[in-house]
Design a protein around this ligand. Structure first.
Ligand SMILES: NC(=O)c1ccc[n+]([C@@H]2O[C@H](COP(=O)([O-])OP(=O)(O)OC[C@H]3O[C@@H](n4cnc5c(N)ncnc54)[C@H](O)[C@@H]3O)[C@@H](O)[C@H]2O)c1
Length: 385
């Protein structure tokens, strides 16, 4: 069995989601290749980093990412840090000849993402950007139905991604609320997922008109080192420099039209990542808060029988789920990360490029860039190639 040595950079939210997936993978998806969890890297060599490394079974931990990149024994670098670090880390990893897994959005700007794509292509390494919602079985099944022609010609695509975790004005100014660290707010964080799903399930977006709003313009400084300053115990208020809510209309290459909304102020919507696709032969709808279900409407049925039906996507021959539990025994968020790593490992084994690669990551970045330009000009703008 070939061992692929991995270094994971980032040990908190995504660090744990990825660590859990590295642990679970070979138990449910055994293959000829396996990941070896070599080193977990964080911002500081804290007891918390060490504890997380132990808890998930990493062999070592470190707090100097440059040192990790330079190691000869690392095959794959997994970048799960705030957006502003994706660009320098990916360039360093590519220069060192490592295969790269990078969290979304690929970068903080379109220019950065293009440079990252050039670097990985020059280095000849495998590259993957973690738009993990593609790996929800119900979403992968929707893709299969679309490819089988069950939706027909698409007329409308609706993509919403709604959350409510910063609706309280006393929520602190963490890195996600600062442009220089996150690139943008709801747009890059969650509309990025919606844009990737749209371009995956439907077609490339060619033109947009958008609007971005910041409802709460100042917030308390976090004082725990998670904001801009990295300084503990700092009090007072700081400026929010990203959007709280971003919405746009889109024109797709295949002639269909899109309506997108993203907000972190949608009270009661905890992780409402939703799409609706309406075509000449049928319609599909999905929502992450009921992630095992896909709503399917078939216009080719006799009209007396027409109506949306809800398919529980847990059958053995639905994508991915056969590796888990019997039908009806639902799966969750963490499984999408296992599926993503399984596909990545299969690509290493079969010498294929994973999807979405940095190339598709750049395409999402181009949509985000267009929405920002449109929000400023208040006009329709073309998505840059
Ligand atoms: N795919 C998804 O569903 C999903 C969900 C959440 C976040 N994300 C993405 O994952 C990335 C990380 O987000 P998160 O929620 O895990 O953030 P987080 O704040 O929970 O964790 C950030 C991690 O980065 C590390 N870090 C920061 N600076 C560092 C440095 N200089 N050197 C080494 N490590 C450093 C921190 O130690 C921490 O472990 C972001 O790009 C985010 O958009 C993706």
């Amino acid at each position: 069995m070939a061992e692929i040595n991995v270094a994971l950079i980032g040990h908190q939210f995504m660090g744990k989601a990825h660590s859990n997936a590295y642990r679970q993978l070979e138990r449910f998806f055994p293959g000829r290749y396996r990941f070896r969890m070599k080193v977990l890297c964080g911002k500081a060599c804290s007891t918390e980093l060490e504890a997380t490394a132990r808890q998930f079974g990493w062999e070592e931990f470190d707090c100097e990412w440059e040192r990790v990149m330079a190691r000869k024994d690392i095959d794959v670098v997994d970048i799960s840090t705030p957006g502003y670090l994706h660009h320098p880390m990916a360039l360093a990893a590519a220069a060192a000849g490592k295969h790269i897994i990078c969290e979304k959005p690929l970068a903080n700007t379109l220019a950065e993402s293009k440079e990252m794509l050039r670097a990985v292509e020059k280095a000849g390494v495998k590259h993957y950007v973690n738009y993990n919602y593609r790996r929800v079985p119900a979403v992968a099944y929707a893709k299969r139905l679309i490819e089988e022609g069950r939706v027909g010609d698409v007329y409308h695509y609706h993509g919403s991604y709604l959350q409510d975790w910063i609706i309280d004005p006393s929520f602190p100014l963490v890195w996600r609320l600062e442009k220089k660290h996150a690139g943008s707010g709801a747009l890059g964080d969650i509309a990025a997922h919606a844009s990737d799903l749209a371009q995956y399930l439907n077609a490339d977006i060619t033109e947009v008109v958008g609007q971005m709003t910041t409802f709460i313009k100042e917030r308390p400084l976090p004082g725990d080192g998670s904001g801009a300053w990295g300084a503990k115990g700092k009090s007072g208020k700081g400026k929010v420099t990203v959007d709280d809510d971003s919405n746009f209309l889109a024109q797709f290459k295949n002639g269909s039209i899109g309506v997108f909304e993203s907000s972190r102020f949608a009270g009661g919507r905890r992780n409402f990542n939703n799409f609706q696709i309406y075509g000449s032969k049928g319609s599909l709808a999905w929502n992450m808060e009921r992630m095992n279900e896909l709503e399917v409407y078939d216009r080719t049925e006799a009209s007396v029988n027409q109506g949306f039906k809800t398919i529980m996507v847990t059958e053995g021959d639905h994508p991915y789920v056969g590796a888990w539990w019997p039908p009806g025994h639902i799966i969750g968020y963490e499984h999408t990360f296992v599926h993503a790593l399984w596909d990545f490992l299969s690509c290493l084994e079969e010498d294929r490029m994973p999807e979405p690669s940095f190339r598709e990551g750049v395409k999402v970045q181009a949509v985000l860039d267009a929405v920002e330009r449109s929000a400023k000009s208040k006009k329709w703008v073309k998505v840059r190639k």
